[in-house]
Design a protein around this ligand. Sequence first.
Ligand SMILES: [Fe+2]
Ligand SMILES: [Fe+2]
Ligand SMILES: [Fe+2]
Length: 150
Amino acid sequence: MMFYKRLREIDVPEMMAGIIAETLDKPWDYYRDLSRQLWDEARHAMMGEVGFVNLEIDWPRQVMVNFTWSLALNTQLTPIERHAVLYFIEQGLMPKTGKRFEWEIGQASHNPLSALFQDYDWADEVLHARIGRDWYLKEFSDLKNLSASA
Ligand SMILES: [Fe+2]
Ligand SMILES: [Fe+2]
Ligand SMILES: [Fe+2]
């Protein structure tokens, strides 16, 4: 199940690529941070893939993945609205059943790859929550300041 959760992260680069490509005139650091995050999400999906391959599970045939989530976001929402969706997901990853719990499950599974992958995933998702605060929240304080001064 942890490998499946990681594999499903492929939805995130699918929705992030459009945010980055369609958001213009940001500082270089914005593109660097969001590109780093996009790559992390793709890597997490590959960790899921590697986990299945390691267990000799033919994942393209036996593990169902669809792209309806990213398709809906990319075709129905603006880039900043998609960033809002991403922000709220990332801020909600650390409850009782969140990343620490997933890492504990990975350890308890005695599958060394799962424990290792959950460790990477947890660390990266902490960074993503910060990237969301740095860029998504900043967008709103900038907009508020704009309307306050208008
Ligand atoms: Fe993720
Ligand atoms: Fe992840
Ligand atoms: Fe993330």
